[in-house]
Design a binder for this molecule. Structure first.
Ligand code: ADP
Length: 396
């Protein structure tokens, strides 16, 4: 089967066409500046990137351009659009309504729409992408894969906030967690790689990208994760603050004369390692500044690593032990000095880092020594492939 995987944002759209039998990526790319002017990046497997500037007033024109590129006689990945058998859509928030991926019917889409309130920046964009695909490919089955679904197994003690209970009852204010597709994919891949029995295992996944979260996966099910109602909770991220004393919001609002939107903008876009360092949200820049002795970059890296180590410690407690810790996503897969810093806090677990194997990028690798009591590894994530697999399982 050929599955088109779509990840639709408010003004951009990423896509991959994957052959689900060989799991090969046939073509991939993105549309940017939708609603502004429009730019399509298209790359067929084994060929150079093609960039086309063309108006994309809405997501429908963007998806039409992707479909045109996919079956373009010169560089298309398929001869005919009928060779696209299914579409898998990433959907950010499934609330408590979706604990699994689902085939997108009208009834399901109405339920997804009810979750819009919980992710006002993301879900409406996801829905626009789904609708545009339905218009252009009316007979192709579509599947929704939710970022929150994997975390729906969290027990009440992990997902309830210490707030008036009526906020949970009335507004569904609780912890949901995100990056679920990645945490699910990586925990399974980790068990497979280390030959652990997933159904009888304790795995901690550290998904460290621009957005970052840690999860505790007990016997294959998520029992806790660091993001909450929104992706703002938990780790210190690229530009997000992660956990802070909530009273800081009032304090800063008064000092800086900001309203609630202004404070939220600071916490989401101007904080994290970028806000701390004043250098960048990108760890390639931060590592360079760290090595030059920039004190704020050093602080940012130390705060980032320390917070990850604290969450790992918390999740060892939550599961009463741990068999394996898996690092994944941009930073987790590529930034050995940050992994080294995080692991340096875990000596009490009998963990020993293998400095040689830790010098690895983007491939599966065990980075703890053979006598380490817990295995630490790098497991590259692949959210598109995970969405493709989920889609195939539902439409086959
Ligand atoms: P997201 O999907 O949340 O945008 P990614 O998982 O792509 O995030 O991670 C992006 C981050 O990963 C970058 O900001 C950078 O800090 C880090 N990163 C990516 N590639 C490298 C690399 N080769 N070396 C060091 N850090 C990297």
């Amino acid at each position: 089967m050929n599955v088109l995987v779509i990840n639709c944002g408010s003004s951009s759209l990423k896509y991959q066409l994957i052959n689900s039998d060989s799991e090969e990526v046939l073509a991939k790319g993105l549309c940017e500046r939708i609603g502004i002017d429009g730019r399509l990046v298209y790359q067929k497997e084994g060929m150079d990137k093609e960039i086309t500037e063309a108006p994309m007033p809405t997501h429908k024109e963007a998806i039409q351009m992707v479909l045109d590129a996919l079956h373009n006689p010169k560089s298309g990945a398929v001869k005919d659009l009928s060779e696209i058998d299914a579409v898998g859509h990433r959907v950010v928030h499934g609330g408590e309504k979706f604990a699994k991926s689902v085939v997108l019917t009208e009834e399901v889409l109405a339920k997804v729409e009810e979750c819009n309130e919980l992710a006002p920046l993301h879900n409406p964009a996801n829905l626009i992408g789904i609708r545009a695909c339905q218009d252009l490919m009316p007979n192709v089955p579509m599947v929704g894969v939710f970022d929150t679904a994997f975390h729906q197994t969290m027990p009440r003690k992990a997902f309830l906030y210490g707030l008036p209970y009526e906020y949970y009852e009335k507004y569904k204010v609780r912890r949901y967690g995100f990056h679920g597709t990645s945490h699910s994919f990586v925990s399974k891949a980790c068990a497979e790689y280390l030959k652990l029995d997933l159904k009888n295992s304790k795995i901690i996944v550290a998904h460290l990208g621009n957005g970052a979260s840690v999860s505790a996966v007990l016997n294959g099910e998520c029992v806790d994760t660091s993001m909450g109602l929104t992706p703002l909770e938990g780790l210190v991220m690229g530009t997000r603050s992660g956990d802070i004393d909530p009273a800081i919001m009032e304090f800063i609002a008064k000092k800086e004369n900001l309203d609630i939107d202004g404070v939220m903008n600071v916490l989401n876009k101007k904080s994290g390692v970028e806000g701390l360092s004043g250098v960048s949200s990108d760890f390639r820049d931060l590592e360079a500044a760290y090595n030059e002795g920039n004190p704020r970059a050093i602080d940012a890296c130390e705060v980032f690593a320390y917070r990850v180590a604290k969450y790992i410690g918390a999740y060892v407690a939550a599961m009463n032990g741990v068999d394996a810790i898996a690092f994944t996503a941009g930073i987790g897969e590529n930034t050995s000095f940050i992994r080294e810093k995080i692991v340096s806090y875990l000596g009490y677990l009998g963990i020993k880092l293998d400095k040689k194997t830790n010098d690895v990028r983007g491939v599966e690798e065990i980075i703890s020594t053979p006598d380490s009591k817990v295995t630490v590894c790098v497991i590259p994530t692949n959210e598109e492939l995970a969405i493709c697999r989920e889609t195939v399982a539902l439409v086959k």
